[in-house]
Design a protein around this ligand. Sequence first.
Ligand SMILES: [Zn+2]
Length: 123
Amino acid sequence: MQAIRARDTKPEMEVRRRLHAAGLRYRVAVRPVHTLRRTADIVFTRRRIAVFIDGCFWHSCPAHGHAVGTNQAYWAPKLARTIARDEETTQALQAAGWTVARFWEHEDAALVSDAIIALVRQS
Ligand SMILES: [Zn+2]
């Protein structure tokens, strides 16, 4: 599974590059809430916005997430845990007063960054 990396994926890098070019400043791969052991991909601390760019495979994207193929018994529970964990993370952050935005890594980087920029500017 060398092709699947959790951090610094190309789509995420492209989104970050666009946010930076738009003048936004953010932190990368940090815990939005220190006591909550979950990191978000892009964090706007002052505005309390946590962005996740979820990988299609690990986070079971509806378009690409079902191609597990062989070893279903091994992968299915792992992937189900990831989904449950994602939901739990979103709820915990929202409960702590954060805005949570989730995108898929297959989404167009320009559209994703535009959505994030709009979210930050309206907050
Ligand atoms: Zn996908």
